[in-house]
Design a protein around this ligand. Structure first.
Ligand code: HEM
Ligand code: HEM
Length: 227
């Protein structure tokens, strides 16, 4: 049966599924011309992303960037494992390729929020809170980039979901369950790099996530109020 191991703490799981719901809302409000709500959901996305950046430095072991961002040798070794038949070695958290996928996802989402803050809509009625600080050509550019980058987000998310399905259907590894329950069953074999010697610190107390979430929300509120 294997050992039951904690993988994704509650803050990471909340971050992930709130982000998915938020993006659905952002897409809906943008395409149904509800920019007032679009802005609010956009600020929520920024707060979620800022929280994730803080959690990547001060959060639980598996959430930390330093823990899952590995060099090219580790990425290549993972790709070799993926390409060869049979199951993958047990993995506590993001694999070496998935770690960089997280960075790409966070960067394209931050770029979307960043361009939104400076964008003005087509009839000039609604503008992001920082648009008044730059000239008309910059707001037009921000709007163009906001549109173009959304296409990029759709591609990156499609690849992300396809990768999760690939692991599930081809590699028989269910990554979704830990992203829902937090836990994963792993069977360690002697010689597995991710075995008992790599137990990690587990999950840090939730009050720390509450504090960092408040910091992230406060930064966004400050940006909106003092823009
Ligand atoms: C708008 C759509 C989505 C976005 C923007 C998104 C974004 C992300 C991000 C940023 C992470 C990294 C988690 C972290 O360390 O903070 C992640 C991981 C993950 N996502 Fe998504 N996601 C989306 C949709 C989905 C969907 C629909 C599924 C389920 C089919 C899914 C399943 C997962 C899983 C299983 C992981 C963990 C992968 C691993 O074990 O390394 N995601 N996602
Ligand atoms: C990850 C976060 C965001 C996503 C996914 C997103 C997505 C979109 C999309 C898809 C559109 C274009 C709809 C169309 O084709 O007409 C749009 C338009 C717009 N967004 Fe966002 N947005 C985000 C964040 C923001 C933020 C934070 C702001 C500002 C506070 C913002 C301001 C705007 C404005 C002003 C427009 C209208 C541009 C126009 O009329 O062409 N967005 N957004």
């Amino acid at each position: 049966m294997g050992e039951r191991i904690p993988i994704w703490d509650l803050p990471i799981r909340l971050f992930h599924w709130l982000l998915v719901a938020d993006l659905a809302g952002l897409w809906w409000t943008a395409t149904h011309d509800d920019l007032a709500l679009h802005f609010k959901l956009g600020y929520a996305a920024l707060a979620l992303l800022l929280f994730r950046l803080l959690w990547g430095v001060m959060g639980s072991d598996q959430a930390r960037f330093a823990r899952f961002l590995k060099g090219p040798a580790a990425v290549l070794s993972h790709v070799r494992h993926v390409a060869s038949p049979g199951p993958l070695p047990p993995q506590r958290g993001h694999n070496a390729l998935g770690g960089w996928a997280v960075v790409v996802l966070l960067l394209v989402l931050l770029a979307q929020v960043g361009t939104g803050l400076f964008a003005v809509d087509d009839d000039g009625m609604e503008e992001g809170p920082l648009a008044h600080r730059v000239g008309a050509s910059a707001t037009k550019l921000a709007r163009r980039l906001h549109h173009a980058n959304f296409s990029l987000i759709q591609i990156v998310v499609a690849v992300h979901v396809a990768a999760v399905l690939f692991y599930l259907l081809v590699k028989r590894e269910n990554l979704v369950r830990p992203m829902v329950t937090g836990w994963k069953r792993l069977t360690f074999l002697p010689g597995d790099g991710a075995g008992e010697s790599d137990v990690g610190h587990g999950w840090v107390p939730l009050w720390r996530a509450g504090l960092l979430a408040a910091v992230a929300a406060g930064l966004v509120a400050g940006l909106v109020v003092f823009a």
